[in-house]
Design a protein around this ligand. Sequence first.
Ligand SMILES: Cc1cc2nc3c(=O)[nH]c(=O)nc-3n(C[C@H](O)[C@H](O)[C@H](O)COP(=O)(O)O)c2cc1C
Length: 216
Amino acid sequence: MAKLLVITASTRPTRAADRVVPWVLSHLREHAGFDAELADLRDWPLPFFAEHSGTIGDLADPTYSEPLVRAWNKKVKDSDAFLVVTPEYNHSVPAALKNAIDTVWLSFGFRHKPVATVGYSAGIGGGIRSIEHLAQMFVETEAVPLRNATVIPFVNDAFDEHGQPVNPMTAASLTITLDDLAWWTSALAKARAEGELPPGQLRARAAMAAITAARG
Ligand SMILES: Cc1cc2nc3c(=O)[nH]c(=O)nc-3n(C[C@H](O)[C@H](O)[C@H](O)COP(=O)(O)O)c2cc1C
């Protein structure tokens, strides 16, 4: 079964994520097709990104500066799909999430895999700017960010005392998000199994080296 990594982006005490993530996980349990695992970034206290060529070691199996960095790269690499649950901070994602994405460096763990998003915020925006910003970031990792996302405005009033969303469109929206994620997970797994080109940046590096060598 496809391995889905659910990433909780907010790490702060009192976070609204603790209302959103339990509901997302319960909804996921009713949705066939995924072997879901939670990666709460609180449990992944990654150092502020500072890797460089000297910390990588063997590019085929990078060591990095710390075992936790290596473990995070491996966790992402071993996953088939991603569901990111993120608030909006200053019209973008929390720095902890950006750092976790940057930390997947030269292992290409997000490459050719789908990423869906659940966004939320305390206001009317529902995290749409963080969702859009995240899509831009994931294009650079060569992941496939999906169009359909789940948007939860006014998050502090969005769930009832049983932890269920008060707006029925929230659950419908998550079902659509997960249906698309399952479709893309299957499609991209088949495509990866048929063979992948080397990452574009490595091909560009090789092309540059060939041009330099030809110039003498
Ligand atoms: C640093 C910071 C920046 C924020 N910026 C935005 C913003 O740009 N847009 C928005 O709608 N809400 C913004 N908010 C409000 C958050 O949507 C709200 O606090 C939400 O609960 C954050 O999620 P969390 O509690 O799980 O961390 C911001 C909150 C913080 C702490």
